[in-house]
Structure formats: structure tokens, C-alpha cells
Design a protein around this ligand. Sequence first.
Ligand code: SF4
Length: 950
Amino acid sequence: MASTGWPDAKTCSRTVPLANRARYGWFVSSPSSILPGLPPALHASHAGIWLTDGRGEQTVGLGRGQALARAADTPLLLVNAPLLGSRLGYADLSGLDLLELFAFLFPAQFVIPTVAGLARAMGLTPPASDAEAATLIPQIASTMLGWIQRPDWAEREGAWTSLNQLERLRWSWAPLLRPLIATPGTAERWLFSRLPQWEEQAPRPAPRPVTLDEAEVLARLRSLTGSGAETRQGQRDFSTATAGSFAPRPREEAPNVVLAQAGTGIGKTLGYLAPATLWAEQSGGTVWIATYTKALQRQLDRETRRHYPDDAAFRRHVVIRKGRENYLCLLNLEDALQGGFAGRAAVLAQFVARWAGYTRDGDMVGGDLPGWLMALFRRAGATALTDRRGECIYAGCPHFRTCFIERATRASQNADIVIANHALVMINAARGREAQGAPTRIIFDEGHHLFDAADSTFGAALTGREAIELRRWIMGPESERRGRRRGLAARLSDVASYDDEGAEAIEDAREAARALPGEDWLRRVVEHGPDGAIETVLAAVRETVYARAERDGRDTDPGYGLEVDLSEADGALIDAATDAARALEALLAPLQRLGKRLVAVIELAPDWLDGPARARIDGAISALGWRCDLLRAWIALLLRVGGPPEPAFVDWLAVDRVEGKEYDMGLHRHWLDPTKPLAETVLRPAHGVLVTSATLRAGGDTQTAVERSGAVHLGRAPIWFEAASPFDYARQSEVLIVTDIKRGDLPALAGAYARLIEAAGGGTLGLFTAIRRLRSVQKRIADRLARAGLPLYAQHVDPFDPATLIDMFRDDPRASLLGTDALRDGIDVPGDSLRLVVMEGVPWAKPSVLHATRRQASGEPTAYDDRLVRARLAQAFGRLIRRGDDSGQFVILSAAMPSRLLSAFPPDVPILRIPLDEAIARVRSRLGSDANIGQRLPDGSQAKWVSSEE
Ligand code: SF4
């Protein structure tokens, strides 16, 4: 038979992305004849509310009250209930959500959680208007339900079993799916027996010393970029310079450190992948690439495939590693499926089980579990499905051989490239775990964040939330809830029955842990009076914070976090801290004793100590070790109360609040210079480290970059490399400083945002330094923009994580997105979807105790502040131009923008100080003069865009 050019049913497997299947025409074109009748569909935006009948033939506009009454009457078809609920002002809105159906039918497949996104995934033309979106919903639902009839539905296995469970849980789609999903001919395999097992492998020999040949590095770069790609000298220079970090180390504790600032557009990812992959192959070693944002992890995931295009080879050679709290714990899932969860959380557990059968790596945060799924269930039970509390029982777990975490850990020991984040690399080094796989060749991309990542990793916080976690880890659950959560005694019962001293240490630790905050601690501390030494010190902290925040007049942002310096503590706080330190010492002692007993048991090797038991005790020793470190850090912090400050640290007290609601409080300690522990624990033991970024100088000079990388503490000078961006910023961009918006004038600020977004026809990223102002502006302008056909998404308002919001923003060139710090440099949107960045003002640092102490210690407070602002401006500007054909404008709504900060922008970019009207005219005229900007409809076709002001 001649080939049709289309894949046949057999090739349709879970490795084929859904979009491709739709593109190849693998959907039923007219499924309605076999499908049940559908209920009406509801759609809402800031511009209005629409209801369409179940055939998508008649659409009417309706009011909010009518819409809510209809939704309460009968389950309606809808897309994205949380987003719809926030548009209707009714967070509990529910119905037949097509996203839930999608998660059931196509687990581990990507889709943008909008009507347009679903339409595209199902091979339908996206709607051109909100009214059309309502009309399209029944058609999308029909197409999805029709897919079930296809013999090549790749995710059929497990669906019947899962539907049975979901039917019992009264999932709203179950009655519609029941007649469509037939009982399978043979019994379906249990999820836990379907998962592949990891294989134990011999330890890898140490990497051979290798000096990379420059010609080979450049040849590898050519093969990565492709033969047709233009030659970029900056990228070639970058590639050969970074190869220096892989050279053999001249002496112990003197790693080869290369600091490389490479402007946007150099192509630094492929630039360093060339020497990294070459070194891994020639030496037999592993290169760890650490990023700060998930966006870059995704990019690296894509770009490493250029060298390993075969999927099996890619999986063998490249591993993405996250902290263990990111992965699904199969034992927790089993517990949830067997009645540990109730209500909506139990439904979520079924979806996660469907996904577990098809996921690439079990990563629940940023992997192939849709980011919007947790939001659909308002995160009910989500955290209980991971191993957040360190309760893993390792080889004692029935799922140990299929465990996602264990598989990722083993795979990374034999991989060429491990993609991780800054924090994980630091934690692995600091906690001394996985010594065999400890990174020795490290690339820190987004290196301008190294200082901040070290700041959080090496800081300590004794807060209520942290302390109750420790209590739970030691004592297990306090109520007689169902579930497997177990304390130390249950996890180590075999040790306790074998070793009397060990049993006694466990009992003593349990007794001492009663001093830690228990369930309901917050209410006791705030309202009824504390119970135990730690709750008492938390109450004293709270009292001090409120007393001083008011006395100092520093309470500038009521309803949000408050903090005060830990100096001049009064008698009550000192007494409480002393008692708390004593209580923690009483807990530390038995935990240390237990650690020693566990080591002794391993050495004695009794008969019952088989491989699994040994692995479990090894795990317990490691977990005990870092909890003892944590306790020592807390004790040191408590003993500092009332004493002289330690110059190496900054200590403060804080009460954490959101919109007036307190959720945590406690004592905090950060290093004045966190690059000191970074240098000691991560850099010094390594052989080679590359730190790279487009803005490595972080608003200062080369010396600043050396200081903020930690290289300054190594006693061996790093190699500095620099390559300028190849972009023509003068032609591609301009900076507009708007001079007539008064600081603090919220209506004027909101009006400026609305008019600029309208002039640009959407495609705007709005950046704020305060959540409160972001929310106020969003509230004032969302309806107005929606009426002009310009959707507006907002971090801290819409119930989605930043990655999902960025996906929604990227998908629609008419959409705009408002956000705070996470979006300032965590967003990579090349092309039309981002053509205007608007900052609400000069991004000064938040006046915190930590910031104040560091700026004072710098000796040049103004220069210190300026450097931080320049770094933020450079990062924000970097969002605008991502490719050679990008074009856009950067607007700052602040008349008070000091000229000395303008060096943050590329030297040749035009900078104008103009009133708002003029800025709007420039935005509109630039839009009109560039045929590529903002003129694409959601389906990718070109059209004339007319902004609402024309
Ligand atoms: S080995 Fe640990 S993390 Fe893995 S499934 Fe079992 S308990 Fe969970």
C-alpha cells in the first residue's frame, strides 16, 4: 500500500505530542452522532458573560446573577473554572470543566488552559472573540469525547479503572464518559505494576583529566547550531572561553572559575553546551547545569536534544533534577487512592494517578503535570502527594524500585548532563548527600542570581511553620487521621527493637519534641496564649515586632510582612529565647545519639540488616544529620538574642502576613555575605565552575561580578570573559521615561497602563514592585481592556502559577500580563507576544533589615542602591528583545528616574523623557510602522490591527 504520509494507528504512542496528532488529523471530524447531548456552555471575560446551547448554535449574553443561577441549577460546560470564577466574582464556581476532561483523556500532555488553547490542541480554529469562544466550547467537548472512540487513543490504559473510581467520587464528567469507555477485554494492570523499574548500576569511575581541543569545541558548536546557521563570532569566542572551566585543576581547592557575561542573543546556551557535552564524552564525567528559572530549564531541555535527537539517548544522557519535594511520592499516592483523601482532593489523586502512568519523570512542579491542574483543585491535597516532610522510608517502601526520586538520583550519577537549579546544587553540596554524585563541573547560568540563591540556601529561620514540620517529622501525626504519615519511632521500629540505646534516644527525642509548636499553634500564639518553649518565644517575637514596627513608624504597608532588627531585645524576649534554646538543646542531644547508634548498627551489621534495611538506615542517618545542623543553627540564633551582634550575620524578627492575615512569625538569620558559604561548600571542592549571564555585572563593574559570584574568596583569580549582544538596540528598541505621572497617584498610574496597553494592542508586560499596587491597577483596568478585546492576566490575582500565566500570555498576541519580581527575568517570550514592557516606577529595593544592613556595610549606600536598581532595570529590559527580529519599547512611569541609572540600558538605545500623551503616540506609531508587531491573530494569520483609540 502506498504511504499516505500520515502516521498509522500503531505509531500513535504516548511519545507523540497531542498537537501533532491533531495536526495529522487524528480526531473524529463528526463525532456528534455517537455522543450524548451536551449541556449549555458558559464563558466569561472581563468584557461580558455568554451562554450557548449544547450544540453551540445559539449564544446569548447574560448578567452575573443569571449566570451564577444557571451554573447552580445544572452543571454547565466551561473552561477553566477558577479563572471563570474570578471573572464572575464567585471563587467556588464549578461545572463540567473541559480542562478536567483533558487531564483525564490526555495525561502528561501540554495545553494552554484557555478556550483557544484547547481548540488548538484539538485541531480546531481558535475563536476570534469571546462570544465565539462560548460557541466553540461544545464543539471542543464533542471532539474530545469523540477521541475516546478512536482505536489509537494512546492513553486508554488505566482509563476504565480510573473512571470507576471517579464515578464513585461523583466526578461531574463520569456520567457522560461511562457509556463511551467500554470494559476492557483483559483486566487493566494496576498503576503501580505498570511503572518501569530503575536498574542499579556500578559506580561510575572518576572522570579522566581532559584538555579540550579548540577546533573540536568549535566543530561541536557547529553541529549544535546546524550547518545552515549564521556564524556568530561572539558565540564562538564564548564557547572557547568557557571551555577553560573544564581544564584539569592545577591544585586542590583551586577550581578553574570562568565568569562570562554574554549579552542577549549571543546564544550562550549552545555556546556552553558545546564544551560541556564534549568534555562529558571525553572524560566520562557529568556536567551540572544550574538555572535560576524554570523557563531556562525548559529551554535547556529543548536545546540539549540537538545533541541527543534520539529520545532514548536523550533520556540516558540528560537528566533534569529537582529537589525531592517536587516529585510525586508513590507511597503517598497509594495512601491517597486508598481513602487517605476525601472530596475534591480524592478526585485530584485520581488525576495524578492517571498522569503517573504516562509522565516522563514524575516531576509535579514544572514537569509534564499541567501547571493549571493544581489550580483547578485549589491545591487540595497537592503537597501531601510529594515527600515534603522527609518521611521517605527508602528501601522499606514497596515502591522503592519504581520511585521517581530514586530513579532521577541514579540516572544523574550516570548522565552526561544534569539540569538542576542553583538551590539544589547548593543543598546537595551543603548537606553532603550523594557524595558519589556531588557536582564537580558546574555551570551556573543566570549567574546574576547566584548571590540571591546562596542567600536563601544558607540562611536560617526559626519560625512556627518550620518548627511544626520538625515536630511532625519526629512525632508523626497528632490526630488519628487515616494515612501513612509516621514519626521517627515507626520509621525506625526495627532499630528500636534491636538496639536499646537507639530506642531510648528515639523516646527522648519524642519527649523533647513536645516543646515544638503543635497543631493550631498560630491561633494559640495570636489569641489564646502559647504552649511550650518555642511557641512562647514566637509570641515574644510577635509582641516585639508589633511594638517596634509601630514605634519606629515603619509600618508603611499595613497588611503585609513586618520585620525589625534583632537588637536591643527586651527582658521578656531574652528569657523566652534562653528557654527555647535550652529546649532545642534537649532535642538535639537525643537526635545526635540516635545518629551515632544508627552508624553503629550499620557497622555491627546484624542478620536482619539486608540491603533494603541498610539503605533505609543510610537515608535516616542523612536526614538526621541535616536536621541536627538545622537545630544547631536555631540554637545559635536564639543564643544571639540579647547578646552582641555577630558581624558575619544579619539577624531580624518578622511577622509574615498577607492582606492583614498572619500566617507565620519567627527569627531569621542570613549571612552578610552569602558567597562565603557558597565558596566554601560549592566552589572550592569543585574542579571547574562557569558562571554566566547576560547581566553578570549586576549593575556594577567587573569586580562586583567577581564578588557576587563568590570567586573572590577562592584565592585564585577567575577568568573574565565578555561578549556584547549582537542586537541592534538602537533600531529595535527605545526607552520612554514618562514625566507626568505623579508618584502615589493610583488612578493616573492605572490610566497610563490602560492607555499604553491599548496603544500597543496588548502584548504588554507590566512590572510592579508591590503586589498591592499591581492588584489596584488590575482592578481598575481589566474591564476596560477586555471591552477592547485585550485580555489581561495578572500574577497574584489570577489563580495560576507564573509559568501557566506566561504560557497564556505567550499564546495570545493581544493579551497582556502584570507581575512582580518573578516575571522580571523569569520570562522568555520572543516574537510578537511581548512588544512593550511598562515599569510602574524606579525599582528601588524593598527597605528590609537585610537590605539596610548590607547597604550600610558596603560603605557606599547610594552606590549600593543604584547598583541593585541598574541590575533590575537591565533584567527587565532584557525581556523585550529576545531575537534579531524582535522590536519593542520599554516605558518607565516615573518622572523621578535619575539619569545616573540610565547606564543600565545598552549604550546605543534611544532614551526619551516625554509626557504620557507623547509616549502613547510613539507606541502607536511604532506599532503602525512595523508590519510584524501585534498584527497576528491567535491562529497565526496576519491581519490589520486597529487599536481601540483609533
Ligand atoms: S521510596 Fe520514598 S519517596 Fe519514593 S515512593 Fe517510597 S516513600 Fe515515596
